[in-house]
Each structure stands twice: as C-alpha cells, then as structure tokens.
Design a protein around this ligand. Structure first.
Ligand code: NAD
Length: 437
C-alpha cells in the first residue's frame, strides 16, 4: 500500500522500517521522478504534480535512525555549482507532506542563497522530524540522534553537506561531525567556524545600506530601524546599527529575560526594547525607515503588511513572506521595497560553507561579501536585485529568483555536476536496499 502524504511522520517511519530503513525519490537523467519503493510512490507523485515546492529537485533521501527511531531527511535541490549544502532543521511536523514540503522549499531556497552569494555550492537541506515523545532536549539523546544523522549523511557520499539551522546547536553539529566529514558549522575547537550570527547581522546591515542607497535614502545614519525579535542576530545587528549612528532602534522579543539583559547592555543608547507575546504584532505598526523581521518566517502576511509604516523591509529571518506571490504583491501595492531574505541573510552560510579550506584572521574570503568592491558583495547584490526589478517591472522577489536561478545553473569550474553523479551512483549501488544499510 503506498503511503498517503497525509500520513504522520510516525507512519513513514514504520513504512521505512518495513522496507529496511531507507528510501528515496530521485529525478533521473531522463527527467523522470522515481521512488525507491512502490510504498513511496504517492510521495513521488506529489512531487511530479506539485508546481509550488517541487522545483526539479535532484533527490530526497529518507531514513530511520537505527536506535533513535527518528525520521531523517536529506533534500538535494540543485548541485550544478557544487554539492547540496544547507542546514539541518530539527522540527516537529504534523504530516509527511508538511515534512516533505518544508525540505523541498528550504533546499531550493539554499540553491538560490548559495548562488547569489557566489558560493561554489549547490542547495540542500537536512530535516530531522522531531519526536515529541522523546526527551529531545536532553544532551544524551541529542548526542545519539545527531551522531546517527552524521552516519546518514556519510551514507550519502557527499551529495549533501549539512550545517546548523533552526533547532540545531553547535554541540549538535559536533555530534554530527563524529560520524561524517560532510558537515560544516562545527565548533572552532574542531576546526569549524562557530557561531554565524555576527556575520549574518553584518550582512543584513549591508543589504539595508544597499537598498537605502538604491532608493536615494542615503545611509543608515539618523534612520529608525524596527525589528521583530531580539535574539542572536538581532543583538549583533543592534550593535552594528548603533555604530552607524542610527537615530533609534525599536525591538521586541517574547523572551523577557533577553529583553532585561539587552536593557542592561544598551542602557543610555537610543534603543527601545519591548517585551511582547507570540500573538502581539504591534511592532509591525512602528513607524520606521527599515523594518527587520529577525525572529520567524511567514511574518509578512495579510494581517501584518497593512500595518507596516516603512518603505523598506530587510531582515534576517528565512522565508519571511507567508505566501510568496500574494504577499510580495501586497508589499508592492503599498510601495514597500522588500529585500528578499536570501539576499540579505547569506552570511550564515557564507561563514561556514568553506570552512574546510581553512581559516584566515579577518578572512578576505568572508570580508569581501561585506564590502563594496566585490561585484558580488551583499551591498552590490542587493542593488542588482533592486535594479533588475525596476528595469523589468517585476517584484524584487522575482528579480532575486531570476538572478539566482541563472547563477545556480552554472557548473562548478572543477567538479562540474558532481552531486548528480553521486546521486546516480547511490541509486546504481542500491543505496535503499536493506543489504546496503
Ligand atoms: P534566535 O533564536 O537567537 O532569535 C530569535 C528571537 O526571536 C528569539 O529571541 C525569540 O525569543 C524571538 N521571537 C520568537 N518569536 C517571536 C515573536 N513572535 N515576536 C517577537 N520575538 C520572537 O535566532 P537567530 O539566530 O537570531 O536568528 C533569527 C532569524 O534569522 C531566524 O529566523 C533564523 O532562521 C534566521 N537566520 C539566522 C542566521 C544566523 O546566522 N543565526 C542565518 C540566517 C538566517
């Protein structure tokens, strides 16, 4: 019996167990989309028929953690520029379809983010469906879970290279690293790049500067910046904005302890810190020159967009638009310029993606993204996106996607379409046959 996409992740786990623990959906060289087993055919069919989240992905690999019993996914979108690289999300999902769609959408987003950043990496994403019945916060459980995920990544022979993402921490990545070389964002003690929040904040500030300049609004000096979320990235952003002499920062967070801590740090500075609740969206009505979504995705929607009192939205959160087309149009109708998230927040992946090539103090390979000389810097890429949107009378999201898709089709100068070769090789070797586990 094929598994229904409405099934729960638990049912997919049981199905995979019965199949020997592994399964996949791949796009063959002929263009056809194949499932490893008839039981997964309905998921392949969903991919064939979908026009929103399935964008000719190269592969979706799935497996059950042998001891943890958790559902592991590796989503590989496009590997022309290099192997699929992107973070590992540990998140709860109500259904297999929700899990599949999240992985498809996020991995395609990584292809675009990596391409616009000029990285020689393709797009991928890892997902562990969080098992709410397990003690998933416990260090012991996590160490085992992430070590198992590392083994899963190793089995994929490098077509997917993992990293940190929502729900995953540096100690988790250290556990992944115990079983695979195909990971980044490992702690500095193991030769990794550590916390990316500082560079991410600097990148978003460069995007704000690029956009303000393109709009003829000058620099950040004297501007008011409002932000939802006062977490890791936002805190570095506040420091950077104050250095640039902004007139005022207004930030809210649902974490009262964090706000108390920041009130101490920014005492005497023009920073207004508000404690909010998950339902409280009043920050969207704060009059400002730049609004930065720095907490969650999906926050630009029919409820919040009419509230905005700004000309520019530019922040760190991934997938800020709840519905890409509808909400982008609503922003355009209101004359609000939107810097697509993957253009602004690239530095998280830039900071870790090439850590295997070693580290240089104030690394020029990183710093060039944050300057104005390199044509591909955040500042210049932001301006290119805005200029393309204006020239072609399209939205900034369409312009960014078009530019990204052109770049994503370029082949890695040395290794060509290596990721696809690896996928073909895994299929030929019978990766999903029980005997290969
Ligand atoms: P974080 O968890 O440190 O900060 C997020 C903050 O948002 C938390 O303090 C949380 O309490 C707050 N928050 C959650 N819901 C809220 C709500 N409804 N209203 C107000 N505040 C709320 O995460 P971070 O590392 O600072 O990342 C922020 C965003 O940027 C995330 O969406 C993340 O995916 C994205 N991002 C981060 C990086 C990075 O380098 N850390 C890179 C790229 C993208």
């Amino acid at each position: 019996m094929p598994l229904s996409p409405d099934a729960s992740p638990r049912e997919l786990i049981e199905t995979l167990r019965a199949l020997g623990g592994r399964g996949y959906i791949v796009r063959r060289a002929s263009g056809g989309i194949e499932a490893s087993h008839p039981e997964l055919e309905s998921l392949a069919q969903l991919c064939r028929e979908d026009t929103r989240d399935f964008l000719d992905h190269e592969a979706v690999f799935m497996a059950v953690g042998p001891e943890s019993g958790a559902l592991f996914g590796a989503f590989v979108h496009r590997t022309c520029r290099g192997q699929g690289a992107g973070g590992l999300r540990h998140w709860p999902y109500p259904s297999v379809e929700a899990w599949l769609r999240d992985g498809l959408r996020l991995s395609a987003g990584m292809t675009r983010k990596n391409a616009v950043a000029g990285l020689w990496w393709g797009g991928g994403k890892g997902i562990i469906a969080r098992d709410e019945t397990a003690d998933w916060r416990a260090r012991d459980y996590r160490n085992r879970l992430y070590a198992e995920y590392g083994r899963f990544v190793s089995s994929l022979q490098g077509c997917y290279v993992t990293a940190e993402d929502a729900g995953t921490t540096p100690p988790d990545m250290a556990a992944v690293f115990t079983n695979t070389r195909h990971t980044t964002c490992i702690p500095p003690d193991f030769g990794g790049s550590g916390n990316p929040s500082g560079p991410t904040a600097r990148g978003v500030i460069c995007a704000m500067e690029g956009a303000l300049d393109a709009l003829g609004r000058g620099s950040l000096a004297g501007k008011v910046v409002a932000m939802q979320g006062a977490g890791n990235v936002a805190t570095y952003m506040m420091r950077g904005l104050l250095e640039r002499k902004v007139a005022k920062i207004i930030a809210c967070d649902i974490d009262e302890r964090r706000i108390t801590m920041l009130r101490d740090e920014f005492a005497g500075a023009p920073v207004e810190l508000r404690v909010s609740t998950p339902e409280d969206i009043s920050i969207f009505a704060a009059p400002c020159d730049v609004f930065a979504p720095n907490a969650l995705g999906g926050v630009l929607n029919p409820e919040t967009i009419p509230m905005l009192q700004t000309e520019l939205v530019c922040g760190a959160a991934n997938n800020q638009l709840l519905d890409d087309r509808r909400d982008m149009q609503a922003l355009r109708d209101r004359g609000i310029t939107y810097v697509p998230d993957f253009v602004a927040n690239r530095m998280g992946i830039v900071n870790c993606a090439n850590e295997g090539y070693g580290e240089v103090h104030e690394d020029p390979a990183i710093e060039r993204h944050l300057g104005r000389e390199w044509t591909n810097s955040v500042f210049n890429a932001t301006q290119r996106v805005l200029a393309r949107a204006k020239r072609d009378h399209i939205s900034t999201a369409q312009a960014a996607n078009t530019i990204a898709d052109e770049l994503a089709a370029e082949l890695h100068p040395i290794w060509g379409h290596r990721g696809l070769q690896i996928i073909e090789s895994l299929v030929a070797q019978g990766w999903a046959r029980p005997s290969s586990n």
